[in-house]
Design a protein around this ligand. Structure first.
Ligand code: PHE
Length: 462
């Protein structure tokens, strides 16, 4: 059976960007930027993306293309004693898939709430909490979101992933730009007569703020940027190995990887321009809450404050944008698992998709019930109280992903030697100019930074 391939450079770039641009870009990046001195965070992030991030992303894509295998069997092909790393690279997306789909379902729910004109209800206190702790509704929306994802993966690399990414990614970019422009033009006078504008919010976001900056706090900024970019680029989840395996040998790897990074970082920066000015205008600095609260609680209030009609339209466009971002990411998580099953067990796409989908769907229901029938509070090493979703997220993001990425650096940098990736990068591209820098990054810089990310998960820097 001939292996599927992306039809060309653009197909890969948009599909990989589709994976990279996700919930992380839209709610986590803006929040982290606001918390970490605005422009300073952006600056640190950019430097890290195009060094550390580039090396990790190039490595994984090259592993996929070189071996022509999904993550489960790719590592075994690289080195017979390192096959277990492939197992780790398949377990990680298998842990992320169920809860990512559940959150995707929350997004679909909010989209329908705005599309049916129930903005006022969505902003009532307790609406979000009431929804996620309900017994059936989150499961229904998870099923809708997951079903859509599964159908696309079932359709295959070209007819599914590539085709959908080529439509949704340009649309997403247009929407983000449009909403960002609108957000910057806002102005609001609150009950105390204080007027705040979107442009002031933009200034907070873009201009570096050094007040109270100490070396310790700067390290905190760097650590937040590292954690974020790691998640945002979809590395250490097997995904980029799978997508790399669908790349043609004639494709220019360093160029494709750079374009994916520009797309991902561009959308993250624009997402901040879309959210921070609007939140600042209507709620001031207090609006920049953390995590899901920002997207599902604060933003609906901001939309309502724009007026019922405008707020409904902006809300619909916003949640459509988030839906596109989440869908293309969830597709890539499912594909990493499906690619592994196909390559390791020689299953057909049909069989692999059905098996992986039943698994993801059922486990997603289990995660949903973590807010209802199976509710408990577990204290994580970082002190926060977790339900099933948070535990899955913590174990995959903070523990398993840094370990996988670290070991990949060791395998490529020290055991197999960086030439493994460099040779692959030069196939189809000619001389790879960043060669020397890549060697330093993969052997020294990346492993050290990854070790720090890992240690942070155990509360080392708090
Ligand atoms: N990169 C995605 C984001 O920024 C996250 C993601 C996680 C994608 C897991 C795929 C798998 O949201």
């Amino acid at each position: 059976m001939a292996r599927n391939t992306f039809s060309g450079h653009l197909g890969f770039v948009l599909a990989a960007a589709g994976s990279a641009v996700g919930l992380g870009n839209i709610w986590r990046f803006p929040y982290l930027a606001a918390k970490n001195g605005g422009g300073l965070f952006l600056l640190v992030y950019m430097v890290l993306v195009f060094t550390f991030g580039f090396a990790l992303l190039l490595t994984e894509v090259a592993i996929g293309r070189k071996t022509q295998h999904g993550p489960l069997s790719a590592y075994k092909k690289l080195h017979p004693n390192w096959g277990w790393l492939g197992l780790l690279a398949t377990i990680i997306p298998a842990i992320i898939l169920p809860y990512y789909s559940l959150i995707g379902g929350w997004v679909v729910k909010y989209f329908t709430v705005f599309a049916t004109g129930q903005v006022a209800e969505a902003t009532q206190d307790g609406f979000f909490g009431g929804f996620i702790t309900a017994q059936y509704s989150p499961i229904v929306f998870h099923t809708i979101f997951f079903g859509t994802t599964a159908l696309i993966i079932y359709a295959g690399v070209n007819k599914g992933i590539e085709r959908i990414s080529k439509i949704l990614m340009p649309l997403l970019l247009l929407l983000v730009i449009g909403i960002a422009i609108y957000s910057c033009t806002l102005s609001y006078t609150d009950e105390n007569g204080v007027t705040r504008t979107g442009m002031q919010g933009l200034a907070i976001y873009l201009i570096p703020d050094f007040t109270g900056m100490t070396p310790g706090r700067f390290l905190g900024v760097v650590m937040d940027a590292l954690g974020q970019l790691f998640y945002s680029l979809s590395v250490a989840m097997g995904i980029m190995v799978a997508y790399g395996s669908y790349l043609k040998k004639s494709d220019n790897l360093p160029k494709s990887v750079t374009r994916v990074q520009i797309f991902d970082t561009g959308v993250a920066v624009l997402a901040g321009m879309m959210i921070i000015p609007a939140v600042f205008a209507f709620m001031g600095r207090d609006g920049f809450g953390a995590g899901p609260g920002l997207m599902f609680v604060s933003l609906p209030k901001v939309f309502l404050a724009m007026g019922a009609t405008t707020g409904t339209v902006i809300g619909i466009l916003f949640f459509a944008t988030v839906f596109f971002a989440a869908l293309t990411s969830c597709m890539s998580i499912l594909e990493a698992i499906v690619a592994s099953l196909i390559d390791e067990f020689r299953w057909t796409r049909k069989k692999a998709t059905i098996v992986a989908s039943i698994y993801g769907w059922v486990l997603g229901i289990f995660v949903a019930l973590g807010y209802n029938l199976l509710y408990f509070e577990y204290e994580l090493p970082n002190g926060s109280k977790a339900q099933i979703l948070d535990i899955f997220d913590y174990v995959s993001n903070n523990i398993m992903m840094p370990i996988l990425a670290f070991l990949t650096c060791i395998l490529i940098g020290w055991i197999l030697k960086p030439d493994t990736v460099i040779d692959e990068a030069e196939t189809g591209a000619g001389r790879f100019v960043g060669k020397a820098l890549y060697v330093v990054l993969i052997r020294f810089v990346c492993p050290v930074l990854l070790a720090l990310v890992f240690l942070k998960a155990f509360g080392l820097f708090t």
